[in-house]
Design a protein around this ligand. Structure first.
Ligand SMILES: [Zn+2]
Length: 60
C-alpha cells in the first residue's frame, strides 16, 4: 500500500493567492520521470499542479 496521503496535499493557488487544499488529486508522471500532483483548488476550483518533492526519509 502506498504511504501517499491522497487528501493531504496543498498547493499554491494563484487565483486565491494562498496555499489551498487540493481536491481531485491525481498522481501523474512527467516526461522527465518526476512525479507530480494534479488537482483542483478546493476554494475556487481552478486547476492546480504541484511537483512532488523529492522523497525524504520518513516522508513517503
Ligand atoms: Zn483557488
Amino acid at each position: 500500500m502506498s504511504p501517499f496521503k491522497r487528501y493531504d496535499v496543498e498547493g499554491y493557488c494563484v487565483a486565491c493567492r494562498e496555499r489551498v487544499q487540493m481536491e481531485n488529486i491525481e498522481e501523474v508522471e512527467m516526461r522527465n520521470k518526476k512525479k507530480a500532483w494534479k488537482g483542483t483548488c478546493s476554494q475556487c476550483g481552478r486547476p492546480l499542479f504541484r511537483i512532488k518533492p523529492a522523497p525524504r526519509e520518513g516522508m513517503w
